[in-house]
Design a binder for this molecule. Structure first.
Ligand SMILES: Nc1ncnc2c1ncn2[C@@H]1O[C@H](COP(=O)(O)OP(=O)(O)O)[C@@H](O)[C@H]1O
Ligand SMILES: [Mg+2]
Length: 275
């Protein structure tokens, strides 16, 4: 295991695409594989990741469950008077949290706000892996690229994609490493197979153009809401006394494991597929 933590950032400028839900599942998934994990919520004003974590602490305490939890830092955007002061404060808090975690953990999982902020940019700057969940529709493709609706040709990268490509260049110049960008389709519906295939085909083309990998993604599952309220993940089902194992939940758990393998195949080599 390396001396420095691997930074996994959840990013997508659109809210409601599944960043916080995925951040939680990735963090708990890695913990359960035996890794040391730290988490940072840069969207502390909305606070979904932080509330998810608080729900977990509460639920684990109440049921006395032997379940792992990460060291968690919420960072709220600075309210200083000037933009310069705000950025300095945001930078200092971010560096403090990551310094604290960098040598003490194997992975740092960072959730970002659904909009373009300085904190969000900092996280993308330091990312080793970037995971972008996106809702599975044509409309949501525009978070990655401008598409000609008639011909379905790619017209230009989106502002977000441009930013990621810039940060990738920064990273290469800084430490000679490449940023591993993974786009993950979320809320896949089994109903509209044609739409699903068309979005998939276009994503393959966009992926080649802008250099990201595609993971299989998560299906649309009502269980995510219930899990949030309890602070549980699909990976905790066995130990959760209130959970009823369903086929849907088992398939969903497999999707989470597929994502974990996609993020860090070199770390997970030899990881047995525990059923
Ligand atoms: N695969 C899914 N199926 C059903 N609901 C989902 C799924 N992924 C996320 N959600 C729900 O969508 C809402 C937004 O998800 P969230 O992770 O908070 O997105 P973001 O952090 O990008 O704003 C939450 O209520 C969450 O429970
Ligand atoms: Mg969120």
């Amino acid at each position: 295991m390396s001396q420095q933590a691997h930074f996994i950032v959840l990013g997508n400028e659109k809210g409601g695409s599944g960043k916080s839900t995925t951040a939680m599942h990735v963090a708990i998934g890695l913990l359960r594989l035996g890794y040391r994990v730290g988490t940072i919520d840069l969207d502390a004003r909305q606070g979904t990741f932080t509330r998810y974590m608080a729900n977990r602490f509460e639920y684990i305490g109440r049921h006395k469950l032997p379940l792992p939890s990460p060291v968690h830092f919420p960072i709220e955007k600075s309210k200083a008077a000037t933009v310069e002061e705000q950025e300095r404060e945001d930078h200092d808090f971010f560096m403090m949290a990551t310094e604290e975690l960098r040598h003490a953990t194997d992975f740092i999982v960072i959730d970002t706000p659904g909009s373009d902020t300085y904190l969000g940019q900092l996280a993308h700057f330091y990312a080793d892996s970037l995971i972008t969940p996106m809702n599975d529709s044509f409309v949501d493709l525009d978070v990655l690229a401008r598409i000609d609706t008639g011909t379905k040709a790619i017209k230009a990268p989106s502002i977000y994609t441009k930013m990621v490509m810039e940060q990738r260049e920064n990273k290469k110049n800084r430490d000679g490493k490449t940023l591993d960008w993974i786009v993950m389709r979320n809320r896949l519906s089994s109903l509209d197979a044609k739409n699903k295939r068309e979005v998939g085909d276009l994503l393959e083309i966009i992926a080649k153009e802008f250099g990201f990998r595609l993971s299989t993604g998560f299906g649309e599952r009502v269980i995510f809401r219930e899990l949030f309220l309890k602070g549980m993940t699909l990976l905790d089902m066995k130990e959760d006394p209130e959970h009823k194992m369903t086929m849907s939940a088992i398939s969903a758990r497999q999707e989470v494991r597929d994502l974990l393998r996609c993020i860090a195949p070199e770390h997970l080599k030899g990881y047995p597929d525990k059923k």
